[in-house]
Design a binder for this molecule. Structure first.
Ligand code: CAA
Ligand code: NAD
Length: 301
């Protein structure tokens, strides 16, 4: 069937950015027998990414092989053996079937990265961005039309090993065959695809960000404490995490990049008060309280 062909053609994956998301994507791809190269700007960042993967894989291993520490270690080592680390993006994409970018949420930085990558990636490679909020078409803007046909969004959710959804974002220029291959690949790594047009926030974030910002505004208006708002949404609405736990989990810098970007020039969202800046959020980010990843956010970790 077509999907088998599509899957067979994607076996070497390069993930650029080894933070919370990139390390998770690399981990899941390697778990499903893909050869993965993880790229970041420094050895220090790569070591951090590797540590994220090892920690998460240990949790999986403990469930899979309870009471058997040797089997746990072997499980982790076997998956990690398929992951190579690199600080050289061009070299790392030279043999890739699929490149997934998960670097900082900044349009110019992402555009520049892809301009570099397009000089080295195979012509048939699928190029994808894991952006939360930037238009996929804009990220691909500097590329030629052939590249644009093979450029899509592959939007994973945090924590990647645990969250089942991947939004497959189709631009106007993307080939149907590329979208089909991506959908097949998402299924092959055990995730559920949702195909969506290239509009701000796609599906999940277009609904989730207004909710998070409204929660922050409740706090700013002193309606209730962060703890009580979190308890209310967990026990009153069945959410696994309250909005402040979720903000800390996603990263407050990432949330700020998203809402500021949409408020400034999001297609159809410019000036929308749902995405107006928040003094509270701005302050926390300025203080380096970025959430779980920096040890402090709305809460201390
Ligand atoms: N790696 C491996 N396994 C993990 C893991 C990780 N990073 N995190 C959790 N798990 C596993 C645990 O081992 C545990 O497994 P068992 O139940 O089999 O023992 C299971 O997941 C549940 O974990 P916990 O008991 O620790 O905690 P939990 O039940 O609260 O679940 C959670 C954790 C899945 C993260 C859950 O709290 C949740 O779904 N939270 C909401 C997450 C969410 O909304 N993410 C989307 C954010 S928005 C986004 O990502 C998009 C964007 O662009 C900003
Ligand atoms: P993060 O801060 O944890 O990681 C970003 C990583 O990218 C860092 O390790 C950094 O060193 C690296 N990096 C930055 N510039 C780079 C470059 N030019 N080349 C190579 N590496 C570079 O961030 P994150 O939470 O993993 O988010 C990454 C991307 O995924 C963003 O676009 C974000 O919007 C998106 N995203 C985040 C979440 C989330 O919940 N955090 C969910 C879905 C999508």
């Amino acid at each position: 069937s077509f999907s088998t062909t599509a899957m067979a053609s994607i076996s070497r994956i390069t993930v650029i950015g080894g933070g919370q998301m990139g390390s998770g994507i690399a981990q899941v791809a390697a778990t499903h027998k893909h050869e993965v190269t993880l790229v970041d700007v420094s050895q220090e960042a790569l070591d951090r990414g590797k540590a994220y993967m090892a920690k998460s894989l240990k949790r999986v291993a403990k469930k899979k092989h309870a009471e058997d520490e040797a089997a746990q270690s072997q499980f982790v080592a076997e998956i990690m053996s398929r992951v190579s680390l690199s600080t050289k993006p061009q070299e790392a994409v030279s043999r890739a079937d699929l490149v997934i970018e998960a670097i900082v949420e900044n349009l110019k930085v992402k555009q520049d990265l892809f301009a570099q990558l397009s000089k080295a990636a195979p012509q048939q490679a699928i190029l994808a961005s894991n952006t939360s909020s930037l238009p996929i078409g804009k990220i691909a803007e500097l590329l030629d039309s052939q590249r644009k046909q093979r450029f899509i969004g592959l939007h994973f959710f945090n924590p990647v090993p645990q969250m089942k959804l991947v939004e497959v974002v189709r631009t106007k220029e993307a080939d149907q065959e590329v979208v089909d291959s991506a959908v097949a690949w998402v299924k092959a790594i055990g995730k559920a695809p949702a195909v969506c047009k290239d509009t701000p926030g796609f599906i999940v974030n277009r609904l989730l960000l207004p909710y998070m910002m409204e929660a922050i505004r409740l706090l700013e208006r002193d309606v209730a404490s962060a703890q009580d708002i979190d308890t209310a949404m967990k026990l009153g609405a069945g959410y696994p995490m309250g909005p402040f736990e979720l903000c800390d989990y996603v990263g407050l810098d990432t949330i700020k990049f998203i809402v500021d970007g949409w408020h400034k020039d999001g297609e159809g969202l410019k000036g929308n008060p749902l995405f107006a800046s928040s003094t509270k959020l701005d302050e926390l980010v300025k203080q380096g309280r970025l959430g779980v990843k920096s040890g402090k956010g709305f809460y201390d970790y």
